[in-house]
Design a binder for this molecule. Structure first.
Ligand SMILES: Cc1ncc(COP(=O)(O)O)c(C=O)c1O
Length: 403
């Protein structure tokens, strides 16, 4: 195993070594205990502040839904909340709550159908692996999430990466591609480490012009954009123009699991071809109840979306005027780009000592030389809490010569 130790030592030498930490959400909304220290949580993906805890009322709602889902003898009579699905959806793991939720969620997304996956990672590898194969081409934005990259690799299709949001570059690659090959364009709608938005309308134009399929990963825009949090494509009126909408319930929805949404034929195809769905146990029914419950809050609480976006706008403006490089950020994700790994590690460490949960993001998650701290305010953070965080970020930034 010496080779493993050598590689770990190399990672340490390059400031790329990772360790697991213990983080427990505090009883105070928007705070976290990390490695025994209490910090304002500016590092999570629970953008709307909807990481609910279980209480009697929540359990009663889940129970009622579980009861309604059970057909036949015993229907409506305390079926109970089941922890495990017992098998893949295609065997006996298809709890009725999943199918019901999928129909409700498809209506919300404005698509004909929807399919729940175990996680966003599983959804991406399953969907891409199903849509394209050995003789096809995937056109993938250079800043797409690792699960998209891995999906493209697993699909065995040729992958060409276009410069981030550069539609001229994408078009030149599409033009060069063999017309007979099946083509899939895939993009994050919000780039998770940059907080920039994909040019979805232009992507639709290109996909139509070159006869490609378009898949949009709404992991970071679901719950945040759209009147009821349907996502960015929906907010822009592009629902019917996107072939596959993908999203996760692990971020703004404050839960776990993911979905693909689209036309019936697409979803039917995924049921038959997506290996991460077919060969993996279905989500536990209790998680499906939790997703549905969280989704209800996401739809209802429009104030959370408004507040999140205005908090982030305030933070970005303040950081920029203090001299920080926030890159192309234009939404609720606000990075501060510092460059080298060691500098990002020092910045994160000092901020944590000052009570701000700020986690350094390093390559390969972001391009070499662009290590950063990714700040994500929550809708539930108070103004005075964000002012406190800003003052500490500025002070540590000056101390370390970042600004
Ligand atoms: C853009 C994007 N897609 C997919 C995923 C994977 O989602 P999940 O955490 O549900 O596996 C993430 C984040 O983890 C992401 O940022």
């Amino acid at each position: 195993m010496q080779w493993m130790q050598d590689e770990l030592d190399r990672l340490k030498g390059e400031g790329q070594y990772r360790i697991l930490t213990e983080s427990v959400p505090s009883c105070e909304e928007g705070w976290v205990w990390r490695n025994g220290r209490r910090m304002l949580n500016l590092a999570s993906n629970h953008y709307l502040g909807l990481g609910h805890r279980l209480d009697e009322a929540v359990l009663a709602r889940w129970s009622a839904y579980a009861d309604e889902s059970v057909p036949g003898p015993g229907a409506g009579t305390n079926a109970g909340i089941r922890t495990g699905a017992t098998a893949s959806r295609l065997i006996v793991g298809g709890d009725p709550a999943i199918g019901r939720f999928e129909r409700e969620f498809a209506a919300y997304k404005g698509t004909e159908a929807c399919l729940v996956f175990g996680s966003g990672y599983m959804a991406n590898v399953g969907i891409i692996g199903a849509l394209v194969g050995r003789n096809d081409i995937v056109f993938s934005d250079k800043l797409n999430h690792a699960s998209i990259v891995d999906g493209a690799v697993l699909s065995r299709a040729e992958t060409v990466r276009y410069r981030n949001r550069d539609m001229n570059h994408l078009e030149s690659l599409l033009r060069r591609a063999e017309p007979s090959k099946k083509k899939l364009i895939v993009t994050d709608s919000v780039f998770s480490m940059d907080g920039s938005l994909a040019p979805l309308s232009e992507l639709v134009e290109l996909k139509e012009r070159y006869g490609a399929m378009l898949m949009v990963d709404e992991a970071h825009s679901g719950g945040v954009y759209g009147r009821e949090g349907e996502g960015l494509a929906h907010a822009l009126g592009l629902t019917g123009k996107v072939d596959v909408h993908m999203g996760t319930f692990s971020k703004a929805y404050g839960c776990y699991g993911a979905y693909a949404a689209g036309n019936k034929v697409v979803i039917d195809y995924l049921v038959n071809k997506a290996r991460s769905l077919i060969f993996s146990t279905a989500l536990p029914p209790m998680v499906v109840h939790a997703i549905r419950d969280q989704w209800g809050a996401v739809r209802r609480d429009g104030w959370r979306r408004e507040r999140l976006l205005s908090q982030a706008e305030w933070l970005r403006t303040q950081l920029r005027s203090a001299g920080f490089d926030t890159g192309d950020s234009e939404c609720h994700i606000v990075p501060v780009i510092v460059g080298g790994n060691e500098r990002a590690l020092a910045f994160g460490r000092r901020l944590q000592e000052e009570g701000v949960a700020a986690v350094p993001i390093r390559p390969p998650t972001v391009p070499e030389g662009s290590a950063r701290i990714r700040f994500t305010p929550m809708a539930t953070h108070r103004d005075d809490e964000l002012r406190m965080a800003l003052a500490r970020i500025v002070s540590v930034g000056r101390e370390l010569g970042v600004v």
